[in-house]
Write a protein that binds this ligand. Structure first.
Ligand code: PHE
Length: 330
């Protein structure tokens, strides 16, 4: 008895308590054995022995439980001490980023068009010649392919040079009418202060019955969009060329830095080119098997928008991953 009491008292951990408990009360435990031996005792001694053993049992049980609880409480206190924080400690200011200006601009563009019920479509970045060029009225060896310096893979695959292939993919999997935008990364062999080999575009495409979609519709929607993005600017449509639209236009806004006076950013012209657009060329509809439809399309570069909106001088700084750049956009 005293041996057990000492053992319990000197236990260090809850698991040691359990070991002691087993040594006393387990199948081969000492007290279990004592209870078993009782049957060999003379009858007149049995009540006394039974009482003694039961008293021991109750006493030891109580001691075991008490010690276990106190050891557990102690362990918990230790753990809390170890995990606790000292609120008075000095902590250096943590570096905090922000939504990247490219993604922020992208979100604003997407929001504008989804509010007008345009759906958001996506396509693969590794494209094939058909979707990126051929179906967009850019046959092999056509000189207009030089407008976009392309990364090619060995097996006729390429990194998409624009988001226009998503127009083709969407038309081929759905029926008109279509009203979609396609945001995403595109790739070209280009690298200087206004070009990076990867950048982002948002494509727009609207298709409806023949005669229903006009250049005036296109002008209207893009003017609203550009005023939303750049505020109170003048918008100018300038004739241009894209193989997949006819007629085509490039769209300029009056320079937001000099209000049209002429400065370094607008190369003294007073205008900034911000997107390309046009009426969908009938050859494109032929390539996807659409009949008796009309439509318009447009495409814009997100980095160009972000650079103008935030006055970022070198496009490459957007992709250096330097947190000091992001900290400015909190
Ligand atoms: N895909 C063209 C480009 O990357 C932009 C564009 C899209 C122009 C749709 C007209 C219509 O330059």
């Amino acid at each position: 008895m005293t041996k057990w009491i000492e053992k319990i008292e000197s236990a260090q951990t809850p698991s040691q308590i359990e070991e002691i408990r087993i040594a006393i009360f387990g199948k081969k435990g000492e007290l279990t054995a004592a209870f078993a031996q009782m049957k060999d005792a003379p009858n007149e001694d049995k009540p006394r022995i039974a009482k003694e053993l039961n008293d021991h049992k109750a006493r030891l049980n109580a001691l075991l439980n008490e010690k276990k609880v106190s050891l557990e409480t102690e362990a918990l206190k230790e753990a809390m001490k170890a995990e606790g924080i000292d609120a008075s400690l000095y902590s250096p200011r943590s570096q905090r980023g922000a939504t990247h200006p490219v993604m922020d601009t992208m979100d604003r563009v997407i929001e504008y068009f989804t509010n007008l019920n345009f759906s958001v479509e996506t396509g693969p970045m590794v494209e094939d010649d058909f979707h990126n060029f051929e179906a967009l009225n850019l046959p092999k060896y056509h000189p207009a392919r030089d407008m976009q310096d392309t990364f090619y893979f060995k097996d006729e695959k390429l990194l998409r040079t624009h988001t226009s292939p998503v127009q083709i993919r969407t038309m081929m999997k759905t029926k008109p009418p279509i009203r979609m935008i396609a945001p995403g990364s595109v790739f070209r062999r280009d690298y200087d202060i206004t070009h990076t080999p990867m950048f982002h575009q948002v494509e727009g495409l609207l298709v409806d019955e023949k005669g229903k979609v006009s250049f005036a519709n296109l002008k209207f929607i893009l003017e609203g969009f550009l005023h939303h993005m750049f505020g109170d600017v003048e918008v100018r449509f300038r004739p241009s060329f894209f193989p997949f639209t006819e007629p085509s236009a490039e769209v300029d806004i009056s320079c937001i830095f000099c209000a049209g006076e002429g400065c370094r950013v607008c190369s003294k012209t007073g205008w900034l080119e911000v997107l390309g657009c046009g009426i969908v060329d009938p050859n494109v509809f032929d390539a996807v098997g659409y009949k008796d439809v009309s439509g318009y399309a447009f495409g814009l570069g997100i980095e160009r928008f972000a650079m103008l909106i935030h006055q970022i001088p070198d496009l490459r700084s957007l992709f250096e991953g330097d947190i000091r750049l992001l900290e400015q956009f909190r």
